[in-house]
Design a protein around this ligand. Structure first.
Ligand SMILES: [Zn+2]
Length: 358
């Protein structure tokens, strides 16, 4: 197997050491660790892929999918936390929210911007798992730059490019972040393809969890089709509140959002058929370019999902997406089985090349 597509990489991912997660109030080790990206790079390099360094992009590319207030907050969150002395008293070495502006509080009023640094975190973070440390912003910015660089290559004529994005992005919405995601890398890639190529862009998200951030960003947008296959949130899985099949888009984007929920334990056959169904949907809707939100946490050995997909299943899914023959950016999302992650990503990417070759 020799991969021909460019693999875009940013060293800056290493600066993001989440330091675990706060889950149900308990600090757990967490699974979104730097080793993930290192394993992927090693496997893709071994498969002969070309490595391309991510190039810096201006904030305008991010402002196409995120509010300025979120970007400003993330850029200074750690320094503010440190300046407020919180690492010493009470001894919290990561930014963690403690209070959230729940919509039920406000009688339709806009929440005030809080004066306290401790309260600011809840204005932008929607969970307690997605910690901000000293290098988080630089790494998130590097991941977005990787996605944008891959999209630039495709706009410039490469048939496909893969971006090794870490931290991942598909749970980050326009005004808020969570689910181990800070900036939505797949969404910025989609916007770049849309501005550089003609016609609608499809984002097909094969991560084991619903791409709720990407859905939110494009929910009323008819020009970016968003399809996601994921474990049914109604069976008790993150993001719990969203990801149901009844979510179809709104306004001018009505019908441009598609969720395919699969049951725990679905395995290769049902899962790859769901991916193929989303590919057919994108083709019939007239997509002219494709972003694959490539999480590999549907794998059987993954600690974060109950799906039971094998490396062969990822290869078949990649093939179904490659057969669309569209200019394609593959963006790394989740995948937490360190032993398998390199092979799983390699198989999905190789499958997409197989499909493209026909
Ligand atoms: Zn996931």
């Amino acid at each position: 197997m020799t991969l021909s597509l460019p693999v875009v990489w940013s060293e800056r991912h290493r600066l993001h050491e989440p330091g675990g997660e706060i889950w149900v109030g308990v600090r757990t080790p967490g699974t979104e660790v730097p080793e993930r990206a290192e394993r992927i790079r090693a496997a893709l390099s071994a498969a002969g892929a070309r490595l391309v360094e991510a190039s810096p992009h201006p904030d305008e590319a991010l402002l196409a999918v995120h509010d300025a207030a979120l970007l400003e907050y993330l850029a200074r969150a750690w320094e503010d936390w440190q300046a407020a002395g919180l690492p010493d008293d009470p001894g919290q070495d990561r930014v963690v929210p403690y209070l959230f502006p729940h919509p039920g509080l406000f009688s339709g009023l806009a929440p005030a911007v809080p004066a306290a640094t401790t309260a600011m975190a809840g204005l932008f973070a929607y969970d307690t798992m997605t910690l901000v440390g000293p290098g988080t912003w630089d790494a998130a910015r590097g991941a977005a730059d990787a996605a944008l660089t891959a999209a630039d290559l495709v706009v410039g004529g490469e048939p496909a490019a893969y971006a090794c994005c870490r931290p991942p992005g598909h749970h980050a919405a326009r005004t808020c972040f969570g689910g181990s995601c800070y900036l939505n890398n797949a969404a910025v890639a989609a916007q770049r393809l849309r501005s550089g190529l003609a016609g609608p862009v499809a984002v097909i998200d094969v991560d084991a969890h619903h791409g709720n951030g990407t859905q939110q960003i494009f929910y009323e947008d008819p020009e970016v089709l968003v399809g996601s296959v994921h474990v049914d949130p109604g069976t008790g899985w993150f993001p719990h509140f969203l990801g149901f099949e009844r979510e179809r888009g709104a306004g001018r984007g009505e019908g441009a959002n598609r969720n395919v929920c699969v049951a725990p334990g679905t395995g290769d056959e049902g899962w790859t058929e769901a991916v193929a169904e989303l590919a057919r949907w994108a083709r019939e809707a007239g997509a002219q370019a494709l972003v694959v939100a490539l999480g590999v946490d549907a794998a059987g050995g993954d600690p974060e999902s109950p799906l039971d997909v094998s490396a062969a299943g990822f290869r078949a899914a990649g093939r179904a997406l490659g057969e669309l023959g569209l200019p394609t950016v593959l963006v790394q999302e989740g995948g937490y089985d360190l032993e398998a992650i390199g092979e799983l990503v390699s198989e999905a990417v190789a499958g997409s090349e197989d499909g493209r070759r026909g």
